[in-house]
Design a protein around this ligand. Structure first.
Ligand code: ATP
Length: 365
């Protein structure tokens, strides 16, 4: 058993509360990603699990054991750092052997494990080189290799891909996925990159300000964000938020008055939104759920003007101003014929609407 459990975990540094009462269950064999903006406490959480920081309060379980009082080397974890932290004077082989030698592992086991990991990571040809003679991607593989040979209960990874260029990052992401499929070692992975989080995780924990905002399967969290922070953090470009006043029409329909434009609320939201009648409500709509209607003025569309057209290959991002004055982004097919200055009608996919309380940011749906 190598699940990890954090219970009401707190870490204070003088007057900064870096981790503010986190509870999180990291299942055995899961790939759990802690994601959030800079300074939200991800690294500190990982360092607490690693034993590199001491918790101010709360408990850390690895398997069945509370490990709060155990030193890092007694915790059966292996950590991969952003800067690789390889020993510059040792060869690749020496770097990979080192942790095992420290634990007095028998020589034949060391040789076998280094060989197996080198094969797995395709770095057999590099074993006699020193880190300075390797590319960034190769150094990252060695850092992974050093963790793999330890065969730990848990891998802890702190932004391990962030020093690689964009192309290599995508490649290594796929390799990490494959590696996890093969080894099934429980992994806790920290990143501020939401794309990395979405593609790697089978469980994602979105953090902000020392707290976990939402935990779950990545697509579920993406589709059902608990609040505006999570909704805005996951997705690129971010979800659009439009604030208006909720009104009821003479026919009993709910309408969101957006200051000169009206959004027709689907009937299925009448129940959860009823307490907000005559009050402010935020409508959330993701750029990819906005379609563009250049001609004609069918019902329930929002007139806008195109300000920026940004082709990104598989999609084109449009920055637009609604006639209400609010800015909004849409992600449309790359073959859409549109240019700056065009007047268009935006249609919001009615299956993809979200509504939020503007005061608390909580989802109302
Ligand atoms: P990043 O993505 O920038 O690495 P993070 O989410 O990993 O950020 P942490 O490094 O965990 O965030 O930091 C959380 C908060 O704790 C920040 O306000 C940071 O300044 C503070 N902090 C972290 N380590 C220390 C320390 N050793 N002493 C004092 N404050 C610290």
């Amino acid at each position: 058993m190598s699940h990890v459990e954090l219970t009401e975990l707190v870490k204070e540094f003088d007057d900064v509360t870096a981790v503010d009462g986190i509870s999180l269950d990291i299942p055995d064999e899961s790939f759990t990603v802690l994601v959030g903006p800079s300074g939200c406490g991800k690294t500190t959480t990982l360092r607490l699990i690693a034993g590199l920081e001491r918790a101010t309060d709360g408990d850390i379980h690895i398997g069945e054991d509370v490990v709060n009082d155990r030193r890092a080397y007694e915790r059966d974890i292996a950590m991969v750092f952003q800067n690789y932290a390889l020993y510059p004077h040792k060869t690749v082989r020496g770097n990979m052997r080192f942790g095992l030698e420290q634990h007095s592992t028998p020589e034949d086991v060391i040789t076998d494990r280094v060989q197996e990991a080198a094969e797995l990571l395709q770095i057999e040809d590099l074993l006699d080189r020193r880190p300075a003679e390797l590319s960034g991607g190769q150094q990252q593989r060695v850092a992974l290799g050093r963790a793999i040979v330890r065969d730990p209960a848990v891998f802890l990874m702190d932004e391990p891909l962030s020093n690689l260029d964009a192309k290599l990052r995508v490649k290594m992401r796929a390799e990490l996925n494959k590696l996890h499929d093969e080894l099934s070692t429980t992994t806790v992975y920290v990143t501020h990159d939401q794309v990395e989080a979405m593609t790697l995780a089978d469980q994602i924990a979105v953090m902000d300000d020392g707290q976990i905002q939402q935990v779950g399967e990545p697509t579920h969290v993406y589709m059902n964000p608990r609040n505006m922070f999570v909704a805005g953090f996951l997705g690129s470009p971010s979800m659009n938020f439009l604030e208006g006043t909720l009104e009821e029409s003479s026919t009993g329909k709910f309408l969101l008055e957006l200051g000169g434009d009206t959004h027709d609320v689907p009937d299925e939201f009448i129940d959860p939104l009823t307490p907000y009648l005559d009050d402010r409500v935020v409508l959330g709509i993701r750029p990819e759920n906005i379609a563009l209607n250049k001609d004609g003025v069918p019902a329930n569309v929002h007139p806008a003007t195109v300000n920026v057209v940004e082709p990104q290959g598989e999609k084109t991002i449009l920055e637009l101003s609604l006639d209400t004055g609010q800015n909004i982004k849409a992600a449309v097919d790359p073959d859409t014929v549109v240019e700056r200055g065009d007047s268009v009608n935006l249609r919001f996919d009615r299956d993809s609407l979200q509504y939020f309380d503007p005061e608390t940011g909580e989802s109302l749906t």
